[in-house]
Write a protein that binds this ligand. Structure first.
Ligand code: FES
Ligand SMILES: [Fe+2]
Length: 361
């Protein structure tokens, strides 16, 4: 059984990554080839020729078809073989799976599972494609299971220790969180509101704010793939007005798409959107560089954790505390989605990072 939920939407790529060229990427254990047809539609096909398995991504594009680079089987954008060499009759089974794709908010979403997904189930990420925001983004390959990235993002107390000097300050780890799980809709909310905090370089350099700030982190995780961090930065004491725009504050939307590649590797898509200094290229360059550095700090830590987990016995028991409530809620929802028992015992036995109990509440 897959360790990720099937029958769900996952981000396969950024819109900007897919053009005329054949583009290879493995999503949830499925090697795919993606490209854009002449009318701009994104196509995702299984990356294996039905004849002798040659990767279609290493083949040739001719108009909107792919001609296999080994013996020339030719596939249309729906995955149907329209030409085979040396004979007129095309076998009925000569087709490769075509995946349902939705391009929305500058993201390429892929339906992973049986049948067809409902595009209206895809959560919108409006700031990625809004004139009121400027976004920077990247994708870092992670040699670690996606569950470790979920854990990492649901508990931002690690900013203090892993990202000190970038986005971490003592107040992040020192401030208690509130966690809420909406099991019916499959959403986990984690909030940390720091009323009087140091301003880390990530925000002081980008906003120009110096001195103490009020810093809010409101996480909204839509398992399995979409993570949103609504970040509000303002001078100390500056709260959102009861009416009217919150224009004394700076807003940064930090989004991640958490897409499993294999059971032990993950595509770590990161996006940072801001509602200030919209045309300031220096701010864009700074946020892109700084956030990538932060993401790479996580990558180093999570790659290390993956090695530790792979080398240990199955019955290792983690200890969880209050900071882990968001991560535990996420695991519970993910496990329910995967179709396993949501009981802690089963979750622990089936997931090397399972941890059922919270100590010290
Ligand atoms: S492997 Fe593709 S045509 Fe033979
Ligand atoms: Fe991090």
């Amino acid at each position: 059984m897959a360790t990720w939920p099937e029958n769900r939407w996952y981000v396969a790529a950024y819109s900007s990554e897919i053009g005329d060229e054949l583009f290879a990427r493995t999503i949830c254990g499925r090697p795919l080839v993606l490209y854009r047809t002449s009318d701009g539609e994104v196509v995702a096909l299984a990356d294996r020729c039905v004849h002798r398995r040659f990767p279609l991504s290493q083949s040739h594009r001719v108009d909107d078809t792919i001609v296999c680079g080994y013996h020339g089987f030719t596939y249309d954008a729906g995955g149907t073989c329209v030409m085979v060499p040396g004979q007129k009759r095309i076998p009925r089974t000569a087709r490769v799976p075509a995946y349902q794709v939705v391009e929305q908010d500058t993201l390429i979403w892929l339906w992973v599972g049986e049948g067809q997904g409902d595009p209206t189930d895809i959560v919108r990420v409006p700031w990625l494609d809004s004139p009121d925001y400027t976004s920077v983004r990247g994708m870092e390959p992670l040699a670690a299971r996606y569950e470790l990235l979920v854990d990492n993002l649901m508990d931002l107390s690690h900013e203090t220790y892993l990202h000190g000097g970038y986005i971490g300050t003592p107040e992040v780890a020192d401030t208690a969180i509130t966690t809420e799980a909406d099991d019916e809709h499959g959403i986990v909310y984690v909030s940390r509101h720091m009323d009087d905090a140091a301003c880390p370089p990530f925000y002081s350099e980008s906003t120009g704010l110096h001195g103490r700030i009020t810093r809010w982190q409101d996480i909204e995780y839509h398992p399995p793939c979409l993570y949103m961090l609504h970040s509000r930065i303002a001078p100390v004491g500056e709260l959102p007005p009861p009416n009217g725009p919150d224009d004394k504050a700076f807003h940064v939307e930090v989004n991640y798409a958490i897409t499993p590649e294999t059971e032990h590797s993950t595509h770590d898509f990161w996006m940072v959107s801001r509602d200030f200094a919209l045309d300031d290229q220096k701010v864009s360059d700074f946020l892109a560089e700084n956030n990538r550095t932060v993401v790479l700090q996580d990558v180093v830590a999570l790659d290390l954790l993956e090695q530790v987990i792979e080398g240990e016995s199955d019955n290792y028991q983690e200890l969880s505390i209050n900071i882990d409530t968001g991560g535990l809620a996420a695991r519970r929802i993910l496990n329910a989605m995967i179709g396993e028992s949501a009981t802690p015992t089963t979750a622990t036995a089936q997931s090397a990072v399972g941890a059922p109990a919270v100590a010290g509440r």
